[in-house]
Write a protein that binds this ligand. Structure first.
Ligand SMILES: Nc1ncnc2c1ncn2[C@@H]1O[C@H](COP(=O)(O)OP(=O)(O)OP(=O)(O)O)[C@@H](O)[C@H]1O
Length: 240
């Protein structure tokens, strides 16, 4: 069996001066697996994604991406590892607003020769790969040439999604990636994204408040709130 893409030991995390936020049993995400992560606002979903992405070092426990323990990498190599193996779509899209959408999608290729090669090989050229991804996300070649800052918020979210997919990184992590889309577009967009992940062989970890979007995912991980009136931690259910 192939080694997991993402792997974590028991994780405990608290922000300074705040009560324990995360208390997670060991887990993993397999090659190509789609994991849907949900839980109430403030339960620590974004914090957990930051641990998965090596943006934050676990206070207790260990997280590995593609067999590499994040904590064992110096900061510079962590950035390079992330650029090669991870695509991320956050609640802020972090696009360069004066750059054409197309150039924003091509950004990972500047930081990762491996992703540049993979993208070019899959589509007969790097630019063709980016245009193809944008088109699959519903953006025409004409829109692809427009500065990202002149696109609608929903279109910008699609550009960020295409950028994360370029070159088929082993893992895609998405924090509420459909928040800027209208309700009718959400399911269709996610379906497109899942298909693109499957085609690229990328695993997907997606956070959403909206449980209805869990359709099509292989597994659902419910993250309970540890700091809310409710059943004591020992009786929490649904953590898989
Ligand atoms: N950079 C930070 N510094 C200090 N505390 C933080 C930081 N980021 C998050 N927190 C704390 O961690 C808690 C959980 O935040 P987090 O964003 O991880 O939750 P979430 O489940 O993603 O929330 P939402 O669904 O509303 O986006 C927050 O209540 C906040 O107090």
């Amino acid at each position: 069996m192939a080694a997991p893409v993402l792997c974590w030991s028991a994780l405990r995390q608290a922000w300074p001066g705040q009560p324990l936020l995360l208390d997670l049993p060991p887990g993993q995400v397999a090659v190509g697996e789609r994991l849907f992560l949900h839980g109430p606002s403030g339960c620590g979903k974004s914090t957990l994604l930051a641990l998965f992405c090596g943006m934050l070092t676990a206070q207790s426990g260990q997280v590995s991406l593609q067999g590499q323990d994040w904590a064992a990498l110096p900061a510079g190599r962590r950035d390079a590892w992330r650029a090669t193996h991870l695509g991320f779509v956050g609640q802020q899209f972090n696009l360069l607003p004066w750059w054409p959408a197309l150039d924003n999608v091509l950004l990972p290729a500047r930081f990762s020769p491996a992703r540049a090669r993979a993208a070019a090989a899959a589509a007969g050229g790097l630019e063709a790969a980016a245009l193809d991804l944008l088109e699959r996300m519903g953006l025409s070649p004409a829109l692809a040439r427009q500065p990202a800052g002149q696109l609608s918020v929903g279109q910008q979210q699609r550009v960020a999604a295409a950028r994360a997919l370029l070159g088929g990184p082993a893992l895609l992590v998405a924090d509420e990636p459909t928040s800027a889309l209208d309700e009718d577009s959400r399911a269709a967009f996610l379906q497109t994204w899942q298909q693109a992940c499957a085609q690229a062989g990328s695993a997907l970890v997606l956070v959403s408040h909206d449980r209805r979007l869990a359709e099509g995912f292989d597994r659902v991980l419910h993250l309970p709130s540890l700091n809310r009136a409710g059943p004591p931690a020992g009786t929490r259910k649904g953590l898989s």
